[in-house]
Design a protein around this ligand. Structure first.
Ligand code: SAM
Length: 650
């Protein structure tokens, strides 16, 4: 036995076992890991002393007994996935690696992280990984962990770390001021929202320096709202030209997605209109694609691009929820778009398009109308094929249910055949009427996807949601493709569609994706996702699906939510550029965010309208209006044919 092995055994007997550490696995691991390999050659002779030792970057390797105490308290066991924050020399991580299945250790000093990583490779400890970075907010993408050990002292246990513990898992961390005597705290997660805490006694550790710890100078960080205030850029009123100008920084993107935290807030529509005007006038955007049905938006598009109106076409947006697009704010924007396009070459005009798939009868009719013009025989065939879906066109969900009970999708084949045929004859149709080709193809694709969507509704919420958002994303891509490689698009859709779902409960718990996520995957930095939020005021919404629109009071935002933080800045309006790490970093801890849709139920708000999210990963920017008002709906739609005022039939 070499000298080190003898010292190691003595260390385990005299410093560890003699002080009451019982776990046989832990004692065996400490007999195995060569502690002398974790200090500089000059200090190797002192590696088994009963004390911490200095390592590079002015840090320390912990006293052997403290390492053992923390590992035993954390209950590290075979099969566990463990996170260590503050890898230092890598010694504690190496010991845990002899027991657990997998250990990930984070170290903020690059030099230490590199040395520790080299040691693991040299010793063949392949289940231990050392990452370089700030570990104070943990590693959400690798969670949950059975055990989390922090080897540096914080002012409190960060919520983000608690959230990354598996239920039944344990966190061990020193809590207290830098340089002072601290308490070693053990926290066990007993259920989704409950934790048991125990004080394991006094210790003295180096400070945890980082986002959720102390500042570089060892000072306490100011509260997140104060840091948000420091990073927020106050915005003037929406009608002040400086408002839209603040968004010039996103003008070089190919796709700018503008969200909304409800479907009935005037400020969100007016702000998006102002920003979109600026992007169109100053940055070459020519596509406005909105979360509205394709055929209805196509009607508006003909109006704004000065194209002939279709005979007998219904006024746009006549179905529930009418106020979402039939409102004074949208009307004002549409009128501006029409005047902007006046006297412009067709290629230079900006168009208005719908990404959504709910107006099935409108789309079927548009395909048939188009074919009547270019290929009457095909129109007859289309009528026959779509007849399959016609009986359910007012309530297509019934078709979905029937398909499930019958065990087969009776209308699938005809609608797929219709789209395929339209695409096969693409060239000859374009020669007949190219302008309308895109519209007809989009409608045929919509019918095909809507047929699948209504069936998927009975398979599960995530399937139908994913089908719908994938359809919207593909429609957007087809528009960009059709307009050429330099085409640029602005998208208006709810925050739930445009904020990257991978960083919200939607993606993390419900397996849902969305347009924002798909766009980011496709366009990366050339896509900008901009979320909108509010604290209180009024909103236009219904209580139930198909119910009447009501103007409801928005409850003040919940304590601890992103909205409450934004409110606490005291600013009436602001832009927070989350790409800037000063602005984004304090918000990385997951928090609640409010989602009001077509339906708003204030009575059950916490459960029906709030979900967890990581704002700086969800969006590139956050736009805030502290107090907001309901949109102003246009009067009800007239019956088809009665209206002379295009496109809203007023
Ligand atoms: N367990 C370690 C060992 O066996 O060598 C001892 C670690 S030492 C007491 C604490 C380490 O935490 C230092 O190397 C320090 O750089 C690191 N640290 C402090 N704040 C950190 C943070 N936010 N993220 C990652 N490492 C951090």
């Amino acid at each position: 036995m070499d000298d080190f092995a003898t010292s190691r055994n003595q260390m385990v007997e005299r410093q560890i076992a003699a002080r009451g550490i019982r776990s046989p696995r832990l004692l065996a691991a400490m007999r195995e890991v060569p502690r002398e390999a974790f200090v500089s050659a000059a200090l190797a002779g002192q590696a088994y002393e009963d004390s911490p030792l200095p390592i590079e970057a002015d840090q320390t390797i912990s006293q052997p007994y403290i390492v053992a105490l923390m590992i035993e308290a954390a209950g590290v066991a075979p099969g566990d996935k463990v996170l260590e924050i503050g890898a230092g020399s890598g010694y504690a991580a190496a010991v845990m690696g002899r027991i657990a299945e997998e250990v990930i250790a984070i170290e903020r000093h690059a030099e230490l992280a590199a040395l520790a990583e080299t040691r693991m490779r040299r010793l063949g400890y392949d289940n231990v990984r050392i990452l370089h970075g700030d570990g104070s907010a943990g590693l959400p993408e690798q969670a949950p962990f059975h055990a989390i050990l922090a080897a540096a002292s914080g002012s409190h246990v960060p919520e983000a770390l608690k959230a990354q513990l598996a239920i039944g898992g344990t966190l061990v961390m020193p809590i207290g001021e830098p340089g002072a005597v601290q308490s070693l705290v053990k926290l066990t997660r007993t259920a989704e929202d409950s934790y048991d805490s125990e004080d394991l006694g006094p210790v003295r550790f180096v400070p945890l320096i980082g986002e959720q710890g102390w500042t570089e100078r060892g000072e306490r960080r100011s509260p997140p709202a104060a840091r948000m205030r420091a990073a927020a850029e106050p915005l003037p009123r929406i009608d002040d030209p400086a408002f839209a100008k603040a968004f010039d920084r996103f003008g070089d993107a190919r796709v700018v997605l503008l969200g909304e935290a409800s479907h009935g807030t005037s400020e969100f529509y007016r702000a998006r209109a102002a920003i979109t005007r600026r992007l169109i006038e100053g940055h070459g955007f020519t596509i406005v694609a909105v979360e509205a049905d394709w055929p209805d938006a196509a009607n508006v598009d003909r109006f704004v691009r000065h194209r002939p109106r279709r005979d007998g076409e219904e006024a746009a947006f006549r179905r529930f929820p009418t106020w979402m697009w039939r409102n004074a704010e949208v009307e004002a924007f549409v009128s501006w778009l029409r005047s902007h396009n006046e006297r412009r070459e067709p290629e230079a005009m900006a168009g208005f398009y719908g990404l959504d798939l709910y107006n099935l009868p409108g789309s079927m009719r548009a395909v048939i109308d188009y074919l009547e013009d270019v290929d009457p025989e095909a129109a007859a065939l289309a009528r026959e094929r779509y007849a399959c879906l016609m009986p359910w066109s007012r309530d297509p969900a019934l078709y979905g249910r029937l398909a499930v009970t019958e065990g087969y999708a009776r209308c699938r084949a005809p609608v797929v055949a219709m789209l395929r045929e339209l695409q096969a004859k693409r060239l000859s149709y374009i020669a007949e009427n190219g302008e309308e080709w895109l519209d007809a193809a989009a409608n045929a694709r919509l019918v095909q996807n809507a047929e699948a969507y209504y069936r998927a509704m009975y398979e599960g919420a995530a399937e139908s949601w994913n089908l719908r958002d994938t359809h919207m994303f593909e429609t957007l891509c087809q528009l960009l493709d059709a307009k050429g490689e330099n085409a640029k698009a602005v998208v208006w859709a709810h925050n739930s569609h445009i904020g990257n779902a991978a960083f919200t409960e939607m993606g993390q718990v419900r397996d849902e994706l969305n347009i924002g996520q798909l766009v980011k995957e496709r366009f990366g930095e050339r896509a900008r996702l901009i979320g909108f939020g509010t604290h209180a005021g009024t909103v236009a919404a219904a209580t139930d699906w198909d119910g009447p629109m009501e103007v409801k009071q928005v409850r003040p935002s919940l304590e601890g939510s992103y909205e409450r933080l934004s409110h606490e800045t005291g600013l009436p309006r602001f832009l927070l550029d989350l790409r800037d790490s000063e602005a984004g970093a304090p918000l990385l801890e997951p928090r609640l965010e409010r989602f009001i849709g077509v339906i708003y139920r204030p009575e059950t708000e916490r459960w029906s309208h709030y979900a967890q999210a990581i704002l700086p990963r969800q969006f590139d920017a956050w736009v805030w209006f502290d107090e907001t008002e309901a949109v102003r709906p246009l009067p009800g739609a007239e019956a088809p044919g009665e209206d002379d005022m295009w496109p809203f039939g007023l």
